[in-house]
Write a protein that binds this ligand. Structure first.
Ligand code: LR7
Ligand code: MN
Length: 567
């Protein structure tokens, strides 16, 4: 009996030993064939990344050199001459940019209240997609470095440099080698398109390559600032249908100064379908919280974030749009109309070099902004597309390609109408031919001349002019007489001091008395309400001004409007 027990124990011990050896062999084999490499090395890589992130954060304030803390760089002598000679071609001061560290420090320009927000550690991870075509070396890599250095590693999946078929030599092997040497952990990777795609298709290519939960797009001449990513991923974790924009700070194209001037502003648009900044957005004024997301009717286009799946669900971008322009308003209208929302995130700050021209070619020399805008107007704006064509008569008849898939998308997503968007998202947007007393040309019948902006920049203050009436329709001759008696354009109102013979100017609408005009349809006069003076051609047949004068029966003071809405 005892013997039997001892034997069986020995047998069991040998089985145990055998199993142990087998296990060791298996583990050893697995290790030898690299089974554990992935996890152990990625853990090690993550720790290294985390240490680097912490190190940069702790040492940022002590960095010294040109441009550090976002300070401007001013050049002198030969360097300045060289810089000046390159500025026109490169559209910014590359020499100054090259002098600045690729990892320069920035001032933390956030509202102090942003700094005390504590974010959970388990938020979605972002893929940051930086698209570029023939971008200069230092802005491109400074963008990438700023993202790696200022994004908490737990929220950063990857940085994708999406090369849209650049042909510059330094963007080939040299760039590949730099990336491999600088980020051996693979956090930054390069993806190239096989043909020139234009920035819109390039963004889609980048989005397709990305694997993170959240997509963030950046232009290739940005610097993200401290704490930029946390409020973005945390807002998307709260609401996957929110498409987000950081506050955009200007980086000066000459001195590379990081201005921190982003401010509390959101986006609008003009009927010519250009993006505009709306400084006095009622949504911002209503809730001057400076931390919470602010709803915005539109976005500038380059810097945005969205849940990756949501981005594709609502139709990514229109792949029929070429090179540059239009996609920013298209995605803005679409997001709102199809169940999403657009917000600016005040605690997220990103700098962007604003350039006065494009340092790249437009294949075929096409007006891609115009044609892309036709596509967006045709698909998304319903009848309101008329207001776009008022500005762009020249485009009528231009081939804008096939839009059937985008129309299909709008149907499939069961999107709201453009009127819904105007009423609910952008109620303060002025519609020149709705809810007004009259609109169109303001005509002096005796002379056949009309009020005309003479195509001056309506963001500035200038004298309104006159030009022979363009019966085919000219955007610069369209004025509206509003229900509150303003005589106005999209943004600017006719304004007069009321002095005899003084010129009438166009300036931002204020609702004040000096911008009120009474149009008497029976006498064909337009009277400045505050002074009682009459709008007067001054006897000119065209010219850069109109005046007000004491009212008389003179033909110079007769005016009719093209369309009357009050019967
Ligand atoms: O064919 C091209 N392929 C590209 O990959 C042409 C350009 N690009 C890249 C280019 O290298 C850059 O990184 O696309 C990016 C944008 O081009 P920019 O910098 O010439 O454009 P922008 O800053 O003048 O234009 C703004 O409007 C565009 C409309 O199509 C895009 O939406 C840009 O992303 C957008 N930029 C911003 O919104 C940044 C903030 C500025 C403001 C307001
Ligand atoms: Mn840009």
């Amino acid at each position: 009996m005892v013997m039997g027990l001892a034997r069986s124990f020995r047998r069991r011990r040998s089985t145990l030993l055998f199993s142990l050896v087998l296990l060791l062999l298996l583990l050893g084999g697995a290790y030898y064939f690299g089974f554990f490499n992935v996890t152990t090395s990625s853990l090690a890589q993550y720790s290294v990344r985390y240490l680097r992130y912490q190190h940069y954060k702790q040492t940022e304030a002590y960095r010294e050199g040109p441009g550090e803390k976002g300070e401007p760089v001013y050049l002198e002598g030969e360097e300045k001459k060289l810089a000046d000679s390159l500025i026109e071609k490169e559209a910014f001061n590359r020499i100054a940019s090259d002098k600045i560290s690729l990892e320069r420090s920035l001032k933390d320009v956030r509202d102090p209240r942003c700094k005390s927000i504590v974010y959970p550690s388990d938020l979605p991870k972002a893929s940051v997609v930086i698209i570029f075509h023939n971008e200069a070396w230092s802005p491109l890599l400074r963008t990438a470095h700023s993202v790696v250095n200022r994004s908490p590693p737990q929220y950063l999946q990857e940085v994708i440099l999406l090369d849209d078929f650049s042909d510059k030599d330094f963007l080939k092997e040299k760039l590949e080698q730099y990336i491999a040497a600088t980020w051996p952990d693979g956090i930054v990777r390069l993806v190239r398109t096989q043909e020139r795609s234009g920035l819109i298709r390039a963004k889609v290519a980048g989005a397709k390559a990305a694997v993170g939960d959240v997509l963030v797009f950046l232009d290739s001449h940005c610097e993200v600032n401290t704490g930029w990513l946390e409020p973005i991923v945390s807002r998307i974790a709260e609401d996957r249908t929110a498409v987000l924009c950081p506050i955009i700070d200007a980086i000066d194209d000459r001195s590379l100064e990081y201005s921190g001037n982003g401010g509390y502003t959101t986006g609008g648009f003009s009927w010519s379908l250009h993006f505009t900044w709306a400084d006095d957005s009622p949504r911002a004024i209503e809730s001057p919280d400076y931390i919470k997301p602010i709803r915005s009717p539109t976005m500038a286009g380059g810097l945005l974030a969205a849940d990756r799946n949501f981005f594709f669900e609502i139709g990514a971008y229109d792949p029929g749009m070429d090179v540059w322009g239009g996609e920013n308003l298209e995605i803005s209208f679409r997001v709102w109309m199809c169940g999403g929302k657009l917000e600016f995130i005040p605690c997220s700050r990103v700098g962007h070099i604003f350039r006065s021209s494009h340092p790249y070619t437009f294949p075929g020399n096409k007006d891609t902004h115009g044609i892309n805008s036709m596509r967006l107007a045709e698909v998304w704006m319903d009848d309101y597309k008329r207001l776009f064509y008022t500005h762009r008569k020249d485009l009528l008849g231009t081939d804008y390609g096939d839009i059937s898939e985008r129309k299909e998308l709008r149907k499939k997503l069961n999107c709201h109408t453009f009127k819904w968007y105007l009423d609910n998202v952008y109620p303060e947007k002025f519609i020149p031919d709705e809810n007004v007393k009259a609109w169109g040309m303001v005509r002096n019948p005796d002379s056949g001349i009309c009020l005309d902006t003479l195509q001056r920049d309506e963001k500035t203050v200038f004298d309104v002019g006159m030009f022979s009436c363009q019966n085919g329709g000219s955007a610069s001759q369209v004025f509206s007489l509003t229900l509150t008696n303003e005589l106005r354009r999209e943004e600017a109102c006719l304004d007069s001091s009321g002095q005899d013979g003084s010129r009438v100017s166009l300036r931002p609408c204020t609702g004040q008395q000096n911008q009120k005009w009474i149009h008497d349809k029976s006498k064909n006069t337009i009277v400045h309400q505050a002074s009682g003076k009459c709008l007067d051609t001054g006897g000119q047949k065209s010219g850069d001004n109109v005046v007000v004068n004491t009212c008389s029966e003179n033909g110079n003071q007769k005016w009719t409007m093209q369309h009357y809405l009050d019967k």
